[in-house]
Design a protein around this ligand. Structure first.
Ligand code: NAI
Length: 484
C-alpha cells in the first residue's frame, strides 16, 4: 500500500484533515498515512523552518505530502513554512482547479454560465524569492527573478496537464508589455513549448485584461498559466468566481515531491468549533488520489460530494440561509452516506485506477537546471544606483567628473523615469537615482573597469547597488529607461 506524509496543520487544519481522512477511510482508499510535525507549534518548539528534521526526512522519503493550513508566527522573523516547503522541494507548478459546483450559489451559477478553469501558477520564482533591500531610507527594492529553465518546467507541466485533461485551449497571462525582459522571457518560453503541442490552441493575454474577462466571461478560459505573483492574485479571483476559498483546492507539483493542500488558511476565527468547511481540502485530496492513479476511488467520492452539495447540504459558510447548516463532522457523514450516488450535473466518469507507484529516490546532489548558452556576451556599461538629495543636473555634474575616457554618462532616471539629459520638472524625485554609464565607442569593458568607476563614484555618493549592462551579440540584455 502506498504511504504518504500527512501534516494536519494549525487552526482548523486538524478538524478538516480528520474529516477528510474519515471520508478516505470509509471509501477504503488504499493509502497509509505517516503524520509529520510541521506548523506553528513546531516553530514554537524552536525549529526555525517550521518542521522537524524527521518530518523533512519522511516527506523526502515518501514524496507526497497532504497538508492542512499552517500559521506563520508573526514578528519573529521566520518565513512561512508553506512557502519554505514549496521552495525547498521545488514544487514548481501550483495547480488550482475551479469548477461550478451545483448547490454552491454564485452569480455565474445563477446566470447559467459554467466555469471550469485550471490555473497553473509558477511556484518558486518571481518576487517570492523575498530578496528585498532598503536602498535608501526612502527606497525599497524587491528583485524579481524569472528564469528560462524555471519557466520551462512550469510551462511544460501546464501543457502536459492540459493534454491529459483534453483541454482545447491554453492561455498565458502576463505583463510583457511593461516587463519586457522578465514577463517577455516567460512568454517566449510559452510559445516555444507550444510548438510541441499543435493540438492545443495557445494564446496569450495581458493580465489586467485577463482579470476583466475572467469576471465577465469566465467560460472563455480553460487552462491559464502565469508567473508566481500574477498567478497568486488571479487564482484567488477564480476562487471567488466559484464560491470562495472554501472551494479552492491546490496541488504543488514537483518532479520528486508534490504537496496537496487547500488554498485557504487556518481560519483562526472558527478554529476548534467543528464548523469549518472541509470541501477545499477534500477537493485537494481528489487531486492527490488522481496523481497517485486512484481514479476510481477519487471519482466515487467526488460524485458523493457533488450529490451532497446538490441536495442542499452545507456548512455555515455557504448555501441557503433558510436551511440549517451542518457542522464539519455531520457534513462529511452526509458525504459518506451518499457513496454510490451520482449527481445530476457533471457526474465524474468512473475511470479505472492506474498503476502509479511513486518512485523512491535518493538525490546525491542538487539537480542543476541546464539552459542554452548565450553567445557573444560582452559588457557595454553599468547601471549605478546612487543615493542623493540633489537635483539631476548636480548629480550628472558629479558623475561626469568620474567617467574617465572609458565611460560616457548616457541617462539618469529616478523611479525608472528619465530625468537627465532631458526630463520634466514635474517629475517627482526620491533620494535615489539610477545612472547609466556606457562604454565610449561601444568597446567591450571589463569588470575591473566597472570596479574602478564604482570606487571613483564613492568619492561623491553612497553607491546603493549596481547592475552590469551586457550585450548578447547585437541584442541588449537590459531594458531602456522610460523616456531614453
Ligand atoms: P483564512 O483563509 O484562514 O481565513 C479567511 C476567512 O475565510 C476567515 O473568515 C475564515 O473563517 C474563512 N475560512 C477559511 N477557510 C475556511 C473553511 N475551510 N471553512 C469556513 N470558513 C473558512 O485567511 P487568513 O485569516 O488571512 O489567514 C489565517 C492564517 O492562515 C495566517 O496565519 C496565514 O499565514 C495562514 N495561511 C496559511 C495558508 C496555508 O497553509 N497554505 C494559506 C493562507 C493563509
Amino acid at each position: 500500500m502506498t504511504k504518504i506524509a500527512v501534516a494536519k496543520g494549525d487552526g482548523i487544519g486538524p478538524e478538516i484533515m480528520d474529516a477528510v481522512l474519515s471520508v478516505f477511510k470509509a471509501a477504503k482508499v488504499p493509502l497509509e498515512y505517516e503524520t509529520v510535525d510541521m506548523g506553528k507549534w513546531v516553530f514554537d518548539k524552536g525549529y526555525s523552518n517550521g518542521m522537524t528534521p524527521e518530518a523533512q526526512q519522511t516527506i523526502e522519503n515518501l514524496g507526497i505530502l497532504f497538508k492542512g493550513p499552517m500559521e506563520t508566527p508573526k514578528g519573529k522573523g521566520v518565513k512561512s513554512v508553506n512557502v519554505t516547503a514549496r521552495k525547498t522541494w521545488n514544487t514548481y507548478a501550483n495547480k488550482r482547479t475551479f469548477q461550478t459546483l451545483h448547490g454552491v450559489d454564485t452569480v455565474f451559477s445563477k446566470a447559467g454560465i459554467p466555469i471550469d478553469i485550471t490555473i497553473v501558477r509558477e511556484n518558486i520564482e518571481d518576487t517570492y524569492g523575498g530578496i528585498e533591500h532598503m536602498l535608501t531610507n526612502d527606497v525599497a527594492l524587491c528583485r524579481r527573478f524569472i528564469t528560462r529553465p524555471g519557466s520551462m518546467q512550469v510551462i511544460k507541466y501546464a501543457f502536459e496537464m492540459a493534454k491529459k485533461k483534453g483541454a482545447k485551449k491554453i492561455t498565458c497571462g502576463h505583463k510583457a508589455n511593461i516587463m519586457k525582459l522578465t514577463d517577455g522571457l516567460f512568454l517566449e518560453v510559452f510559445y516555444e513549448v507550444a510548438k510541441d503541442y499543435p493540438e492545443i490552441t495557445a494564446n496569450d493575454i495581458i493580465v489586467d485584461d485577463l482579470c476583466m474577462k475572467l469576471v465577465s466571461r469566465p467560460d472563455l478560459f480553460d487552462v491559464v498559466v502565469l508567473t508566481n505573483l500574477q498567478g497568486d492574485i488571479v487564482s484567488d479571483l477564480c476562487a471567488g468566481l466559484v464560491g470562495g476559498l472554501g472551494f479552492a483546492p491546490s496541488a504543488n507539483i514537483g518532479d520528486h515531491i508534490s504537496i496537496f493542500e487547500a488554498v485557504h488558511g487556518t481560519a483562526p476565527d472558527i478554529a476548534g468549533k467543528n464548523i469549518a468547511n472541509p470541501t477545499a481540502l477534500l477537493l485537494s485530496g481528489f487531486g492527490m488520489l488522481r496523481h497517485l492513479g486512484l481514479m476510481e476511488t477519487s471519482a466515487m467520492i467526488e460524485n458523493a460530494l457533488l450529490f451532497t452539495l446538490e441536495s442542499g447540504k452545507h456548512t455555515g459558510d455557504f448555501g441557503a440561509k433558510g436551511t440549517e447548516s451542518l457542522n464539519t463532522t455531520e457534513f462529511v457523514e452526509a458525504i459518506i452516506q451518499n457513496f454510490g450516488q451520482l449527481p445530476a450535473h457533471n457526474p465524474k466518469p468512473i475511470l479505472a485506477n492506474k498503476d502509479i507507484t511513486p518512485t523512491v529516490f535518493k538525490l546525491e546532489k542538487n539537480p542543476m537546471l541546464e539552459s542554452a548558452d548565450h553567445n557573444g556576451e560582452f559588457i557595454v556599461g553599468v547601471d549605478v544606483f546612487l543615493e542623493s538629495n540633489e537635483q539631476p543636473n548636480m548629480v550628472a555634474e558629479k558623475c561626469l567628473k568620474h567617467t574617465l575616457d572609458l565611460f560616457k554618462l548616457v541617462t539618469i532616471s529616478n523611479r525608472g523615469t528619465q530625468v537627465w539629459p532631458k526630463g520634466s520638472v514635474f517629475t517627482n524625485l526620491v533620494n535615489q537615482y539610477r545612472c547609466r554609464f556606457e562604454s565610449v565607442g561601444d568597446v567591450a569593458l571589463t569588470q575591473v573597469d566597472i570596479v574602478e568607476l564604482y570606487k571613483r563614484l564613492t568619492q561623491d555618493f553612497k553607491v546603493c547597488s549596481t547592475e552590469i549592462l551586457n550585450m548578447w551579440g547585437d541584442k541588449k540584455a537590459y531594458s531602456l529607461a522610460q523616456g531614453q
